[in-house]
Design a binder for this molecule. Structure first.
Ligand SMILES: [Fe+2]
Ligand SMILES: [Fe+2]
Length: 170
């Protein structure tokens, strides 16, 4: 059993992961408009991964017999008009997610909910990877500046992304 406060925090994270999926879907659509199908595919995979994260939080709440509250998912504001701006927006968002996951871990420690802490472990370490992956793409996009053939090369590379093996289990 977990406290009401902890359950509320996990529930909010579940909703926030769905918001993340929604944001990435929007970013994917923006990349489609830029005629970058590989980058759009990468971002769509990112959206799918966020849905699996939301499912992970949902399943944990069910397992703890906690209340599930379906809240409104905010409409994402998408203004990025270059691939670099799109991935920069994604990195900014991932940093926010990391902060929220850390806050949840902090709350689980405070409440001595070690089951929750162990559950969150995957997400804490995954955030390091999430930020790093996006940063690598940003570095590449920054380096090529406006070189169209280099951009197409990066796009072809991003097209190869598959869902990470752990995704379904999270
Ligand atoms: Fe996530
Ligand atoms: Fe993420």
């Amino acid at each position: 059993m977990i406290s009401h406060e902890l359950a509320k925090g996990i529930n909010q994270q579940m909703v926030f992961e769905l918001y993340s999926a929604y944001l990435y879907l929007g970013l994917s659509a923006a990349l489609e408009k830029m005629n970058l199908p590989g980058a759009a595919h990468w971002m769509k995979m990112q959206a799918d991964e966020e849905i699996s994260h939301a499912n992970g939080f949902y399943t944990y709440l069910v397992g703890q017999d906690a209340e599930i509250e379906l809240e409104t998912i905010q409409k994402p504001e998408i203004s990025a008009d270059t691939p670099l701006a799109v991935f920069t927006a994604a990195l900014k968002h991932e940093k926010l997610v990391s902060k929220k996951i850390d806050k949840l871990a902090e709350l689980s420690v405070k409440e001595h909910s070690f089951a929750t802490l162990v559950f969150l472990n995957t997400f804490v370490t995954e955030q390091v990877e999430e930020e790093r992956n996006v940063q690598v793409i940003i570095d590449k996009l920054s380096r090529i500046r406006d070189n169209p053939s280099a951009l197409l090369f990066i796009d072809a590379e991003l097209a190869k992304r598959t869902l990470s093996p752990g995704t379904a289990a999270v």
